[in-house]
Write a protein that binds this ligand. Structure first.
Ligand code: G6P
Length: 372
């Protein structure tokens, strides 16, 4: 009913709008007065976490994209090698696991069969499993050694939005917590990122307030057949997520690529007026990556692409090459997905609406896939 949708036409719109709160709720009570993380619910003892020599993340769909972002964060802040794998691939290839492997299973519903089978397999090998989950008491957290709940609240729309953002937050918490427990040379950075995380929900709010041009752009593209997405570093999973949302909702051909791969194939797809969304890393962080992506934008534009550029406020280098420019607030490099994903969700939702699709219940898809 309309009341359940809180006055929005679709659950998805409501859930997109709830993201600042979902993000804030997921952080609530997890940062102590001294600015450190207090994740008492992670019942895996500190001495076990100190002995871990590998992290393996398993998930499906949108949760897998959160896992890809987690890899960048975990390896940077903990220096522990981290793999991320689709749960459906992981289990059938005889993965190398032992007691010193921490397996992180990410699932909104807690019922995805492939993810469940992957974690069962990991536990049989003696690995510890930490679930990141949005559904209290569901099967995946029940069968794990510990769980970090995302507090997104119930997500009804099939295409995941607020659950994704909170999964990403939970992944940062796990990464920062591992860094904190193990003690790394990034101690000061960890404390400052925890501080910046506390502010991030305001920045998500800020993005939501500036989405009208994105909706307008989406409507203008409703008769296109293809949209490409490029990103680099943590912007790469964001590009994949943007493409997935568009497939799921608008039933359009959409593909995400690592921008560095452009010359190895994707550039052959560029033709006149093809919309290409580019997620640009901060020029303040690893500025080499920023400069490389700016030349990618130039290259595709020279070949006729219509460039839709998602870039941080104050990034002036992209301006001459952006046919459409979407600004996101400045964040630490690793946190950018929390603001950069939001315009892509709005874009896909509006395109789906413009194409007359059922936004909350896209054809052929289910909210939770409980068969293999
Ligand atoms: C389905 C849903 C997706 C979701 C995926 C994994 O495909 O349509 O939105 O990302 O399952 O679901 P989970 O509940 O494990 O996060």
């Amino acid at each position: 009913s309309a009341a359940e949708k809180g006055g929005y036409d679709y659950f998805m719109l409501k859930e997109i709008a709830e993201q600042p709160k979902a993000v804030a709720d997921t952080l609530l009570g997890r940062i102590d007065a001294s600015g450190s993380l207090a994740l008492d619910e992670v019942r895996i003892p500190d001495h076990v976490l100190r002995e871990i020599d590998k992290v393996v993340i398993v998930a499906c769909g949108t949760a897998f994209h959160a896992g890809m972002i987690a890899k960048y964060a975990i390896e940077h802040w903990t220096r522990v090698p981290c793999e991320v794998e689709l749960a459906s691939e992981f289990r059938y290839r005889d993965p190398i696991l032992d007691q010193r492997t921490l397996v992180v299973a990410i699932s909104q519903s807690g019922e995805t069969m492939d993810t469940l089978m992957a974690l069962r397999h990991a536990r049989e090998q003696g690995s510890k499993v930490l679930a990141i989950c949005n559904t209290n008491g569901s099967t995946i957290p029940r069968e794990s050694d510990a769980v970090l709940y995302t507090h997104a609240g119930p997500e009804v729309a099939v295409a995941s939005t607020k659950a994704f953002l909170t999964q990403v937050v939970a992944c940062y918490l796990v990464a920062l917590y591992l860094g904190q427990v193990r003690g790394t040379k990034w101690g000061d950075e960890i404390l400052s990122v925890i501080r910046e995380l506390s502010d991030i929900s305001k920045q998500v709010e800020q993005v939501l307030e500036t989405m009208e041009p994105v909706r307008e752009l989406a409507r203008s593209l409703k008769d296109k057949n293809t949209v490409l997405f490029l990103g680099r570093h943590v912007g790469y999973p964001v590009a994949l997520e943007g493409a997935l949302k568009l497939k799921e909702l608008a039933y359009m051909h959409a593909e995400g690529f690592a921008a560095g791969e452009l010359k190895h194939g994707p550039i052959a797809l560029i033709e006149d007026d093809l919309p290409v969304v580019v997620v640009v890393p901060s020029p303040r962080g690893r500025s080499v990556l920023h400069d490389k992506i700016v030349s990618n934008i130039q290259e595709i534009r020279a070949r006729g692409a219509r460039t839709i550029v998602i870039a941080e406020e104050g990034d002036e280098a992209v301006v001459p090459y952006a046919d459409h420019l979407v600004r996101v607030p400045q964040t630490p490099v690793l946190l950018q997905p929390l603001v950069a994903t939001v315009p892509l969700q709005v874009f896909a939702c509006e395109l789906a609406t413009a194409r007359g699709n059922e936004v909350d219940q896209p054809r052929n898809l289910a909210k939770s896939v409980t068969v293999e």
